[in-house]
Design a protein around this ligand. Sequence first.
Ligand code: 13P
Length: 249
Amino acid sequence: MRQKMAAGNWKLNGTSATLVELQALAEAYGTAGVDVLICPPASLLHRAAEVAKGSAVTLGGQDCHAAVSGAHTGDTSAEMLKDAGATAVILGHSERRADHFETDATVCAKAEAAMASGLITIVCLGESLEQREAGETLDIIGAQLAGSVPAGATGDTLVVAYEPIWAIGTGKVPTLEQIGEVHAFLRAQLILRFGGEIGGAVRLLYGGSVKPGNAAEIFAVGDVDGALVGGASLRAADFSPIIAALEAA
Ligand code: 13P
C-alpha cells in the first residue's frame, strides 16, 4: 500500500502573515491518515518548520541546486533545505522549466542531489495544451520521466507529479479518463525501468486546479496517490477538505 500524499505548493506566495494558515493546518492535523506536505517559499521554511513542529504537517522546498555548496548566487542546496526543516523538495515544476529554462537533465541532477540528502523528491512533469491536442501527451510524459528521474530512485525517495501545464491555475482539469491514462502509463514506465517493487512503490500525484469540489473524484482514479495543489493550498480552509477527501479515498 502506498501512503497517500496531499502536497501544497505555495509558489511565490507567502510572507510571515501567511504562517497563520500553516498554524491552522498544524492545529487541525496533529495526526493525519495521509502525508501532509506544505512547500512554502524558501524564505519561510525555517519559521514554517517551527510552526509545524509536533504536528503531522511536513515541509518541503520548491527547488534546489544540484551542488551541495559553492559559487551559485541566489540558489539553495538540498542540504540547506533540509537544515531549514524540509523533508521534501519539488523539482522540475513546469514554472521552473519555463521561467528558468530547466531541462530534464537539470532536473535529474537536482533530483540526485535531493535524494542524496535524504529529501523526498517530487519530480513534476506534464504536457502543454498544444502537445495534448497534437496527441503527443504520452510521448512527452515518457521522455520527461526518463530524463528527469535519476537511476537510484526508490519508492521512499521518489514521488512523481503529473501536472498538465494547461490545467495549472486555470480551473481546467483533464477528464478522469485522461488522468487515469497518464497515471497508468507512468506506473507502467516506472515498473519497466525500476522493476515491480520500486516502480510499484513510487507515489503518483495529480496536480492542476485541484479544489475541494473536485478532489474526491480525482482521488478515486486508479494510480492517483494524492495531489500537488497550488492555489487551494494557500488557505487551510481550502486545503483541509482536500486532505479529508484523500483520507477518505
Ligand atoms: P493550481 O492548483 O493552482 O492549479 O497549481 C497546481 C500546481 O502547479 C502545483 O504545483
